[in-house]
Write a protein that binds this ligand. Structure first.
Ligand SMILES: *[C@@H]1O[C@H](CO)[C@@H](O)[C@H](O)[C@H]1NC(C)=O
Ligand SMILES: *[C@@H]1O[C@H](CO)[C@@H](O)[C@H](O)[C@H]1NC(C)=O
Length: 299
């Protein structure tokens, strides 16, 4: 057997380390995951596979029983193999009651520390008031940031998206941190938000906010529609610089996780979104080193 040259071994090591340390966030509208749907083994198994891919994932529209099932399935791996992959959740109300949750965060306890949560409560602002969380992670270059979710009411989508600016002001003051990411199903397109409507939305008007999912993206599964309903937005240059360039995208779970189209459709008419935060690990930022190594290999 030919021995593996040392530079090849090093390259493999670099890839492995960077794979481990990339910090991935997702957002997925799973459309009323409760009752029969939440008892469907193939749906729950696929969702578990998807979730286990992320450090932090926001699910929209899930009941307590489905959250408990998903959490148990996810943690079966942690119990058997490796505690590094243990998950926990943040929900607005207790999981004991059979409550429908608008917003549920699944997060890896090893890489994510949820320091605080805040339920936005200003009356008549939102149909589903955002449940903001303050995150600390040693694995991300940014370290401290805030997530603000939105599952808008379709007929009030423009108003509710505009009000995210009020939530931004409240949480950034409350936690003295302007690294804020907004994510979820905003209904930000097609008949719910026209080009003219964008002028009415402060998160669009104000250039301090960057929309990582563009207006031409299709976040729906069906072929009949091409609508950028789901979005990820970040505030501030600092946060933007700490995001892996162009990593904000729709995840075609059919292709990525090899799931049959009928099953993808059974789960939801939305695809999940993902975004990758730059890692705090030195190796991941050592892109010049990677380039150098590829040259070495080419030689
Ligand atoms: C708020 O954050 C800034 C910088 O992140 C820091 O300099 C300042 O002391 C903080 N203020 C309070 C009241 O914690
Ligand atoms: C845009 O948002 C920032 C928050 O980063 C705020 O300080 C600024 O005043 C806003 N600009 C306008 C024109 O509203």
């Amino acid at each position: 057997m030919t021995p593996v040259p040392p530079h090849v071994r090093l390259l493999v090591l670099v890839f492995v380390l960077s794979g481990v340390s990339a910090f991935k966030i997702c957002s997925y509208n799973v459309e009323k995951l409760s009752g029969h749907k939440a008892k469907n083994f193939r749906i729950m198994h696929t969702l578990t596979r998807v979730l286990s891919h992320y450090d932090l994932c926001l699910l929209l529209d899930v009941d307590s029983s489905a959250v408990r099932t998903l959490l148990a399935k996810l943690n079966r791996n942690a119990d058997r193999y490796d505690d590094q992959f243990r998950y926990d959740t943040v929900t607005a109300t207790s999981l004991d009651t059979n409550h429908m949750h608008h917003y549920v965060y699944f997060y890896r306890t090893k890489t994510v520390n949820v320091k605080a949560r805040h339920q936005y409560q200003k009356v008549q602002s939102f149909t589903r008031e955002p449940l903001a969380v303050q995150i600390h992670s040693r694995n991300t270059a940014i370290r401290d940031f805030i997530l603000v979710p939105l599952h808008s009411e379709p007929s009030k989508a423009v108003q509710e998206m505009d009000r995210l600016y009020d939530v931004f002001q409240e949480v950034s003051r409350k936690w003295n941190n302007t690294n804020v990411m907004f994510l979820g199903d905003f209904h930000a397109g097609c008949t719910y938000m026209t080009r003219a409507d964008k002028k009415k939305i402060r998160l669009f008007r104000n250039t301090s906010f960057s929309w990582l999912i563009g207006d031409k993206v299709d976040t729906t599964v069906t072929d009949d529609t091409t609508c950028p309903y789901d979005r990820i937005v970040v505030h501030g240059e600092r946060f933007l610089k700490n995001i892996k360039p162009l990593s904000g995208q729709v995840v075609n779970i059919g292709k990525r996780f090899r799931v049959r189209r009928t099953l993808v459709q059974e789960i939801s008419n939305h695809y999940p979104l993902e975004v990758i935060l730059k890692s705090s690990a030195l190796l991941l930022q050592a892109t010049p080193l990677l380039a150098l190594l590829s040259v070495v290999i080419a030689l």
